[in-house]
Design a protein around this ligand. Structure first.
Ligand SMILES: NC(=O)c1ccc[n+]([C@@H]2O[C@H](COP(=O)([O-])OP(=O)(O)OC[C@H]3O[C@@H](n4cnc5c(N)ncnc54)[C@H](O)[C@@H]3O)[C@@H](O)[C@H]2O)c1
Length: 247
């Protein structure tokens, strides 16, 4: 249900975004891999093409509106339209106590995870107005849990839920669906950096399924949310977290 369609995946150079781009390309979709990591993103796009898929890499910094606008324009130019987007670009928390958290660290994290999400959703919606489409905002179980040492991350990810609900309400009758995906702990470079920089965190997390997700398990949920299989789903928050948010 994604074959023949054109998608943009931010954060597509690594982790959940990379797995999502790979699953989309394998399904017969054309994929724009967008990331600030040019080396990693180019390698991902090349791998997808070598495997017989349709893909391009576009360099993008989600904090910068001109960069986001140009990336969306390049996605539409390459494949003729934009049917869907999975916004996975993001960074982890510093692991600080809130009273010791620098404003610069707060601003860095929220400028990517929340402001960057706003800019991507804004320009993707503009590109989808003529055709309709579906957008996934990768939030986190941290949006609804109080994780230790994670104020800037939890706040930004919770803000994404508000953005998604408001955007879904604005475009529900214009053929554009916007949903939030809430992964739990997922085996990616971000999760490794996050627990290394925040040793208190690992001891407080409980995952009822007893293991972290593989990125492909989160990608499968993202792909359902941008496919026609979820045609009546908008403004939703789908947890793919091994039960973390119910623990
Ligand atoms: N891994 C987890 O346990 C976990 C859990 C919940 C939510 N998430 C969320 O999932 C998303 C993907 O995380 P991941 O674990 O795959 O991490 P990752 O580090 O493997 O991938 C994140 C990608 O985002 C890119 N990126 C970062 N800042 C950017 C910017 N300013 N502009 C463009 N690209 C930028 C990075 O270059 C990287 O390729 C993030 O939003 C993260 O917060 C991850």
């Amino acid at each position: 249900m994604t074959a023949g369609k054109a998608f943009m995946v931010t954060g597509g150079a690594s982790g959940i975004g990379e797995a999502t781009a790979a699953l989309l390309a394998a399904s017969g979709a054309a994929v724009t891999v967008a990331d600030r990591d040019e080396t990693g993103g180019t390698a991902v796009a090349q791998r997808l093409v070598a495997a017989g898929g349709q893909a391009q890499f576009v360099k993008l910094d989600v904090r910068d509106e001109d960069s986001v606008k140009a990336a969306v324009t390049q996605a539409v130019a390459a494949f003729g339209r934009l049917d869907g987007a999975v916004n996975s670009a993001g960074v982890e928390q510093k692991g600080q106590w809130l009273h010791e958290l620098d404003v610069a660290d707060w601003d860095f994290c929220t400028s990517i995870n929340l402001r960057g999400m706003f800019l991507c959703v804004k320009h993707q919606i503009a590109a989808m107005l003529p055709t309709g489409g579906a957008i996934v905002a990768v939030s986190s179980a941290a949006a609804v849990k109080g994780l230790v040492g994670s104020a800037e991350y939890c706040a930004g990810k919770a803000g994404v839920l508000g953005l998604v609900r408001a955007a879904a309400a604005d475009y529900a009758d214009r053929g554009i669906r916007i949903n939030a995906l809430l992964p739990g702990g997922t085996a990616t470079p971000l999760a490794r950096r996050s627990t290394a920089g925040n040793p208190r965190l690992a001891g407080t997390l409980r995952i009822p399924m007893g293991r972290m997700a593989q990125p492909e398990e989160i990608a499968a949920a993202a792909i359902w949310l941008v496919s026609d299989g979820s045609s009546y789903v908008t403004g939703a928050c789908l947890a793919a977290d091994g039960g973390m948010t119910i623990a």
